[in-house]
Write a protein that binds this ligand. Sequence first.
Ligand SMILES: NC(=O)C1=CN([C@@H]2O[C@H](COP(=O)(O)OP(=O)(O)OC[C@H]3O[C@@H](n4cnc5c(N)ncnc54)[C@H](OP(=O)(O)O)[C@@H]3O)[C@@H](O)[C@H]2O)C=CC1
Ligand SMILES: O=C(O)C1=N[C@H](C(=O)O)C[C@H](O)C1
Length: 251
Amino acid sequence: MSKLRVAVIGARGRMGSEAVRAVEAADDMELVAAVGRGDSLDALADAGTQVAVELTHPDVVMGNLAFCVERGIHAVVGTTGWTEERLAELRARLVDSPDTGVLIAPNFGIGAILSMHFARQAARFFESVEIVELHHPNKADAPSGTAVRTAEVIAEARRAAGCPPQPDATTTALEGARGATVDGVPVHAVRLRGLVAHQEILFGEEGEILTIRHDAMNRTSFMPGVLLGIRRIVERPGLTRGLEHFMDLDG
Ligand SMILES: NC(=O)C1=CN([C@@H]2O[C@H](COP(=O)(O)OP(=O)(O)OC[C@H]3O[C@@H](n4cnc5c(N)ncnc54)[C@H](OP(=O)(O)O)[C@@H]3O)[C@@H](O)[C@H]2O)C=CC1
Ligand SMILES: O=C(O)C1=N[C@H](C(=O)O)C[C@H](O)C1
């Protein structure tokens, strides 16, 4: 069987350099291009790339994806900082390239995806929920893409179950003291030297607290998810949001 022709954009970054190593080590993949800031994306087209792994920065991800989608190159995107407007722009681009698939994965960590799945299940049983995400201080976006998606998933589940808004008697607060509110869920972002990527989802009910915590101790931990995304996106045209769609979680 022929190998999947894979390129990495952002290849010299923390995640990109791990992705380069992971693709090179995968028996069913060939690394055909590895580009970073200042390199032309034409290298991807020239090398006959089938799947591009995008691990750069919120400021440049849209341009990189426009290049890929226009040329029918599938993309596995780890870059965060997504908004509804950006998602809508990408969906519109994909309409003109109906055979192309783009996976946007707020988190490639299998444990992180499972923690979001468990949070969805728990959401309707607790009056209160708050999210604390903790990352290294070089991170550009806050709150993290994972925290935003987790809050959305929890809010969807609570709406579907008819849960009322959660209690909060705060009437006076310093700006930011209650975090950012994402779809009704307070999200708190910590940036601390020594951390990699961590998240706690706190559920509270009278007399009972459930904490779901995930810790990524290094960036190698994201690579099984990156490889899974590469293998599966070639058979899934359109926009896929979240690696969970490739994980058979309800099976
Ligand atoms: N989905 C997931 O599981 C994960 C997602 N992420 C996300 O991935 C992204 C990258 O994170 P991380 O690796 O830590 O960040 P880094 O800053 O380490 O890497 C980003 C890389 O992209 C490069 N870059 C910047 N602009 C361009 C451009 N125009 N074209 C090509 N390359 C460019 C940077 O170059 P230079 O060094 O010159 O600035 C850098 O090498 C972030 O958005 C982060 O949130 C991170 C971890 C896990
Ligand atoms: O920037 C990071 O490091 C990470 N970014 C992703 C996010 O914003 O959720 C995934 C992970 O948390 C690491």
